[in-house]
Design a protein around this ligand. Structure first.
Ligand code: GLV
Length: 327
């Protein structure tokens, strides 16, 4: 008998088809947003779950699904899953690392350039029919070339962002839990490790690439924003909750920093409505990894993890090898 799995969100049809070769699949083709209670109902009797970063898989849900053996998250971040609770329950948890590094780094640059050079704001103005004549002081922004790029969180994506700064002749400063080995720093456009407050004070453009956890909740709040330059740009491609959105809104409104490019928000897809009134914020709906090849690769990777786990092999991207029970 094939194991039963739930695919919690709409996904590429070829992935559903492939998984159907191995599993009895319940899909969510209408892409309904299930409440935790509905998700729990659908998960009843399933041994596997294919989910995305949008599904909260907490300890209560895990307790309520004793037959669940594998969770394959189609995301590199896994803060949506209570990994300790899953491990205690013997549930294998996998993610989709590496293959989105370059695409997400590209997108960090898209947001940085759009925010620093006021692309969203000027495009809205043009579409609004307001362009009557050239003006010497219209939409003056900040330069990227020759500027200091700050990166908070220097994992693989941070390093990919740093590498791209070579073409802009930028100096790269970073802060991380631990400094990188010298050869990785050299490869990341000779990035230099500095103390966190130093990074905040010296960066002309600061990109956040931290994983979200209790320790990084509101890592950027009013006190941190106060250390930044009034001409600085802040980019968040990591997770909502790393930034205190209310504090950021106040800083942008009062021009205590110049601009922000934000792909993630606290409580997304709901987000603080005051962002909408800010011309100096470029807002995108969590699309950092959303190139067609990368999203296809992420879906295939999550499916591979699920299939491997149920074939008795170690899934390639197992996050909790210590989970005692094996699928
Ligand atoms: C996207 O946010 C991911 O974690 O893959």
């Amino acid at each position: 008998m094939k194991p039963k799995i739930l695919i919690a969100r709409a996904i590429f049809p070829e992935i559903v088809e492939r998984l159907s070769d191995y599993f009895e699949v319940q899909a969510n083709p209408g892409d309904e947003s299930w409440s935790p209670a509905r998700l729990q109902e659908h998960l009843r009797g399933k041994q596997g779950l294919f989910c995305t970063a949008g599904e909260a898989i907490g300890a209560d849900l895990i307790r309520a699904c004793p037959e669940l053996r594998v969770i394959a998250n189609m995301a590199v971040g896994f803060n949506n899953i209570d990994l300790d609770a899953a491990t205690r329950a013997g549930i294998l948890v996998t993610n989709t690392p590496e293959l989105l590094n370059e695409t997400t780094a590209d997108f960090a640059w898209a947001l940085l350039m759009a925010a620093a050079r006021r692309v969203g704001e000027s495009e809205r103005w043009l579409r609004d029919g307001q362009w009557q004549r050239w003006r010497y002081d219209a939409f003056l922004g900040a330069d990227l070339h020759g500027a200091t790029l700050g990166i908070l969180g220097m994992g693989r994506i941070g390093q990919a962002i740093a590498r791209r700064s070579r073409g802009f002749d930028m100096q790269v400063l970073y802060h991380n839990r631990t400094p990188l080995p010298a050869e990785l720093e050299a490869h990341a456009n000779h990035a230099r490790y500095v103390a966190r407050d130093d990074l905040l004070a010296r960066a002309d453009h600061l990109v956040l690439v931290l994983p979200y956890s209790a320790a990084t909740h509101h890592a950027i709040g009013a006190a941190e924003l106060a250390l930044m330059k009034p001409t600085a740009t802040l980019v968040n491609i990591a997770r909502g909750g790393i930034v205190d959105d209310a504090a950021l809104i106040a800083a942008l409104r009062e021009r205590r920093i110049a601009a922000a490019g934000l792909d993630v928000f606290e409580n997304e897809p709901a987000f603080h409505p005051d962002f909408l009134a800010l011309d100096n914020a470029v807002l995108t709906p969590h699309i950092g990894s959303a190139s067609a090849p990368t999203r296809h690769a992420m879906a295939a990777c999550a499916a591979d993890n699920l299939i491997a786990a149920f074939s008795g092999k170690a899934p390639p991207n197992l996050l909790n090898p210590q989970a005692s029970r094996r699928a």
